[in-house]
Design a protein around this ligand. Structure first.
Ligand SMILES: *[C@@H]1O[C@H](CO)[C@@H](O)[C@H](O)[C@H]1NC(C)=O
Ligand SMILES: *[C@@H]1O[C@H](CO)[C@@H](O)[C@H](O)[C@H]1NC(C)=O
Ligand SMILES: *[C@@H]1O[C@H](CO)[C@@H](O)[C@H](O)[C@H]1NC(C)=O
Length: 228
């Protein structure tokens, strides 16, 4: 009886481990922290096998999103640049405080807004990626091609954002790994001036577009995480 009992407890424990929800860290700047696309994405996931996805991160705000039903945890930091996160080595501590299986990297907007060169920003992504894989060699990664700066209306945007986004997609290909795949989400195309609440941040229509554009890459990353 004792042997039988411990066996069933062990079997139960294994079952519980197998059903652990996938942990997802949305990492980024104010477009991750102070917007509503995380809410839209969470709701889209509710009709999938990934409904229980556990959003993780040290923060839980969303500034004006007005949805108290979703999992708000995130690692979005207003004003942060990829260069700051890379040079201050913030990624490792973030992921040791809140381990994840899937991470999205939605960065570059502030670097471009402060006139950092694409050739300097991309190496910062490489630094962040190394820290991500040091935290979890099997991390599944969604890298976001960023939304236009200045509502897509300025020369600054036209000259820099598409160049950055193309470089980022190439970087993702170069750094892809079987056990730690990188999936690219295109959040640039389709955003237009009416999708913004100010020069840089989406309004609700923009949040819907961002969630829709991240969704396919997120599903691939979550499926990869489920597969191990
Ligand atoms: C990151 O960005 C800064 C500023 O753009 C740059 O000086 C630095 O060399 C970059 N390096 C790494 C390793 O991330
Ligand atoms: C990375 O590899 C996966 C397959 O493991 C593939 O689905 C994905 O499209 C690749 N990513 C890039 C950016 O090429
Ligand atoms: C901009 O997006 C809105 C919805 O977000 C859409 O109604 C409108 O047609 C789009 N405009 C252009 C020029 O694509």
């Amino acid at each position: 009886m004792v042997a039988f009992k411990s066996l069933s407890v062990a079997t139960l424990a294994m079952g519980v481990v197998a059903q652990q929800p996938i942990r997802y860290m949305p990492m980024g700047d104010s477009i991750t922290e102070a917007t509503c696309w995380r809410s839209k994405l969470w709701h889209k996931l509710q009709s999938t096998e990934f409904a229980k996805t556990n959003f993780v991160g040290s923060r839980n705000g969303d500034s004006g999103c007005n949805d108290n039903t979703y999992d708000k945890n995130n690692e979005g930091h207003s004003g942060y640049m990829a260069s700051k996160i890379a040079t201050e080595k913030l990624t490792g501590p973030w992921l040791s405080a809140n381990p994840a299986d899937v991470v999205s990297i939605f960065l570059g907007t502030n670097d471009l807004a402060y006139n950092h060169k694409v050739d300097d920003i991309i190496p910062n992504f490489t630094t962040i990626l190394a820290a991500i894989r040091a935290a979890n060699a099997k991390m599944k990664i969604v890298v976001v091609q960023i939304i236009p700066l200045d509502k897509g209306q300025s020369d600054r945007d036209k000259k820099t954002t598409p160049v950055f986004n193309t470089a980022l997609a190439n970087w993702a290909k170069t750094n892809n790994k079987t056990e730690s795949p990188i999936f690219v989400a295109d959040c640039y195309n389709g955003m237009n001036a009416s999708d913004y609440r100010d020069a840089l941040h989406p309004n609700e229509g923009g949040d819907v577009k961002i969630a829709d554009n991240m969704y396919p890459a997120m599903l691939l990353a979550l499926a990869a995480a489920k597969a191990g």
